[in-house]
Unconditional design. Structure first.
Length: 373
């Protein structure tokens, strides 16, 4: 090669090295550095570089940045859930509406921890050792704390108990760990079930911290609406959710009204509206090559960080998402407990629900693995 060609190659390599330091997006940084090292290797051949160490360093750097760029590009591929019953897709919509978590992060860190299970009416649950999200049906939950019993009807869209979101909580809220819970299904239900240990791993995962905190906000919001803004009894029948309204019907009324599955499922699980669909130009939102090009150009525009005085610096750029998640080492993943009549079982018995093996001191049984979807 001529000296002119080598100089041109060297200039382009230097420009890409410079571009690698001008953007805040990790994909752009890796991509530009990969191209820069390609030019560097070609330049070394052009000038007939005899130093073997320079070739070794250049090729290792090319592999380091190139492999990372490839992985980041592959992360932008569309994610398709492989479940035939769409259970994972429904749960992603629920989490997306609460926190905006992408499909990839949900699939890798959250979805596999939850199992969709079916339960018959009057079947006991184990909120001490499992976390539940109601997809369909209704669950009666009694929470005993400080000698007082609080009763809740957990219909579609409700999640419980809040105690399993412990790692999202600050110390003043840890008193919620002392709650004693009794729960059973009021009707046939389909519930997403996650063990306490899996919930601990999920809420401690830094990559989906927004998802766990969004879920905590939703649970606490539901509790406050039901407990502090409880509607009057005469209004309750008028404003009863479709699930509970149907349970209050007579057998004839139920035969006359056959609600569809979608009418009994919370809008949180329903397909996304047009304004809710993730933007194609944002990370995790591209669905085609055209979307990827749009995303690339958008990121170049939005993440350009020119030095002072050409641009104003963004304070705390490295600190975003760097705050540690509080650890609760004493939490052992859940434990069983005994409930006496004075602690709430009397309410269970007086409610007219016939629970198997409920005595004056009854231990809440674990959810059986045999429960099917």
């Amino acid at each position: 090669m001529t000296n002119t060609t080598a100089r041109i190659i060297n200039i382009f390599g230097g420009l890409f090295f410079m571009a690698g330091g001008a953007f805040a997006d990790l994909l752009l940084i890796r991509l530009f550095l990969t191209i820069a090292y390609l030019f560097l290797i070609v330049f070394q051949f052009a000038i007939d570089q005899q130093d073997v160490e320079q070739y070794v360093i250049a090729f290792l750097s090319l592999y380091l940045h190139g492999s990372s760029a490839v992985r980041l590009i592959l992360d932008e591929r569309p994610v398709t859930f492989d479940d035939k019953d769409e259970s994972e897709l429904l749960l992603w919509r629920y989490f997306y509406r609460h926190s905006g978590v992408t499909k990839l992060l949900f699939h890798k860190h959250i979805g596999h921890r939850f199992t969709l299970r079916s339960f018959q009416a009057n079947e006991r649950l184990d909120p001490e050792n499992y976390f539940y999200i109601t997809l369909e049906g209704a669950v009666r939950l009694i929470v005993e704390m400080n000698g007082m019993d609080n009763e809740f009807d957990m219909v579609s869209g409700y999640a419980f108990p809040a105690k399993h979101l412990h790692s999202c909580m600050t110390s003043p809220m840890l008193s919620i760990q002392g709650q004693k819970l009794v729960a059973w299904t009021v009707s046939e239900c389909r519930l997403y079930v996650c063990s306490a240990r899996d919930m601990k791993e999920f809420t401690h995962c830094p990559w989906v911290k927004d998802a766990s905190q969004g879920l905590l906000t939703a649970v606490l919001s539901d509790i406050s609406v039901n407990h502090f803004f409880r509607i009057r009894q005469q209004q309750q029948q008028q404003q009863l959710p479709p699930q509970l309204h149907r349970m209050s019907m007579t057998a004839t009324e139920k035969e006359d009204e056959q609600p569809t599955l979608s009418s009994r499922i919370s809008p949180l699980f329903q397909p996304l509206q047009d304004h809710e669909i993730p933007k194609s130009y944002l990370a995790g939102g591209s669905q085609s090559v055209k979307d990827s090009v749009h995303q690339f150009l958008y990121v170049i525009k939005k993440t350009l960080l020119l030095p002072w005085p050409l641009n104003e610096w963004v304070p705390g750029l490295r600190q975003v998402g760097s705050l540690p998640i509080p650890m609760c080492e004493e939490f052992d993943g859940g434990s069983s407990f005994s409930v006496t009549k004075k602690e709430g079982v009397d309410k269970v018995l007086s409610s007219g629900v016939e629970l198997t093996d409920v005595t004056e001191t009854s231990k809440i049984s674990h959810v059986t693995r045999e429960s099917s979807c």
